[in-house]
Design a protein around this ligand. Structure first.
Ligand code: ACO
Length: 402
């Protein structure tokens, strides 16, 4: 049921809802989830149709503008994003000042935040053309930033874009090509990464998106809001789970313990161990994204000839979980993060890059939600209430008397 908040205000009542389990923070037309039925739709379109037939920038346009683009709108949008791919030389220098082995999520959040200093002409949140410019800048620069995150870690230079290639195809080239050498990415890999970015593109009021909205509700600029979202995403209970899953699988493989032993640890809640990549606040059924990712993992690994023992461990964990009362009673199923790391690894990304890839995919969702919020007449500054449980009034005691 829906409780109208104005009624609560009139009666002077305050609700306590840790983790916002039952509190809606806004109305939104962007993404629909039915967690019990395992349904996910962007602007009314089923996620499996979009993943199968669409492309990442087309989905970005759909999320942000509400409709699929016409062919001319599509081409103009892609061309405009392409045109903004290069970053200023000072920006590259700035990114180059972080320790090379510092976590790329921290560098990414800082880099996105810093865009406001490089593009001060794109900051007015109430001017439509300016917001559109910031939108294009974010989509374009985040791709360049993500590829440079990888290249700095491996000690290679940033590459110039090749506008004749698609967004994902050229992202892979800019990430993995060796300078002055011909690079052609495998179409299966391009297609799989395009799908993954689409699957991550929005997920209504998750932790990072809510963060973007709360920060933006103070009229902070879009870069500051999205950078805050990237920081929220970095946690292992949210986007950071994709990196944690691979760490967990690798530890199981190296520890000599059986998958069953590991599962007993999880069920006994020993040392707070959780089955990473399992469970979701909203999905109480198989995450529809995980079903698509699982199929894709199988396809990519066999096409690349990179059969990975970790995939067998993951499938064994899933098999046990789906037939075990602990997981059945709590309605815990694989979420989108359970299989993605295995695909990224096969593509050549190291684990620290997995969550930046999630952020690259989530960019259209953060932008769309920020824009919707700024236009919504119901928006108010995000400012939850609390129930105070501290000391009642007391008198100050001088330091010497304590
Ligand atoms: N492994 C083992 N037990 C779990 C797991 C898990 N992955 N997830 C939940 N549980 C158990 C909890 O211990 C709790 O059990 P209890 O009732 O005996 O106390 C019960 O299931 C409910 O869990 P909550 O933590 O209350 O559920 P909540 O909705 O708050 O958390 C979350 C959701 C954070 C995703 C959780 O399932 C989790 O920690 N999963 C692992 C991390 C992960 O994969 N995160 C990615 C989420 S998807 C995304 O961000 C894209």
């Amino acid at each position: 049921g829906i409780v109208v908040s104005s009624l609560l205000r009139e009666t002077g009542m305050v609700t306590v809802d840790p983790g916002f389990m039952n509190t809606a923070s806004c109305e939104s037309e962007i993404t629909y989830i039915d967690g019990d039925a395992g349904i996910l739709r962007y602007r009314g379109y089923a996620i499996d149709q979009l993943a199968e037939k669409s492309s990442f920038l087309e989905v970005a346009y759909l999320l942000i503008h509400g409709e699929l683009p016409s062919p001319s709108e599509h081409d103009a949008f892609v061309e405009r994003v392409n045109r903004h791919t290069l970053v200023h030389e000072d920006f590259r220098t700035f990114m180059g000042t972080f320790p090379r082995d510092g976590h790329p999520m921290a560098v990414m959040a800082s880099a996105i935040n810093a865009l406001s200093t490089f593009y001060p002409e794109s900051l007015d949140p109430f001017d439509d053309e300016t917001v559109e410019l910031a939108t294009v800048l974010l989509l374009a620069k985040s791709r360049t930033i993500t590829s440079y995150l990888h290249r700095r870690r491996v000690g290679e230079p940033l590459l110039y874009p090749d506008y004749s290639r698609g967004y994902v195809e050229d992202f892979l080239r800019m990430t993995f090509a060796v300078p002055y050498m011909q690079y052609d990415s495998d179409p299966t890999v391009v297609d799989a990464l395009d799908k993954l970015l689409i699957l991550h593109a929005d997920h209504e009021q998750n932790c990072s998106t809510s963060t973007v909205r709360v920060v933006g509700s103070s009229h902070a600029n879009i870069y500051a809001s999205v950078a805050a979202g990237i920081n929220a995403l970095s946690g292992p209970l949210h986007g950071g789970a994709n990196e944690s899953v691979l760490k967990m699988l690798t530890e199981i493989q190296g520890s000599g313990t059986t998958v069953q032993d590991f599962m007993s640890k999880v069920k006994n809640k020993e040392d707070g161990v959780r089955l990473m990549g399992f469970g979701h606040r909203v999905y109480k059924n198989y995450d529809p994204r995980a079903a698509i990712v699982k199929k894709s993992a199988d396809a990519v690994l066999s096409t690349l000839g990179k059969r990975d023992e970790l995939l067998d461990i993951a499938m064994e964990l899933e098999d046990i979980a789906l037939n075990d009362d602990y997981f059945i009673e709590r309605k815990l199923y694989p979420n989108v993060d359970f299989y993605t790391g295995l695909i990224y690894k096969a593509m050549g990304f190291e684990p620290a890059m997995f969550t930046p890839l999630f952020a690259l995919g989530r960019m259209p969702g953060w932008i769309a939600q920020w824009r919707e919020m700024m236009k919504d007449p119901q928006t108010k500054i995000g400012r939850p209430r609390q129930i105070y449980t501290g000391a009642t009034q007391r008198d100050y005691v001088d330091l010497s008397a304590r």
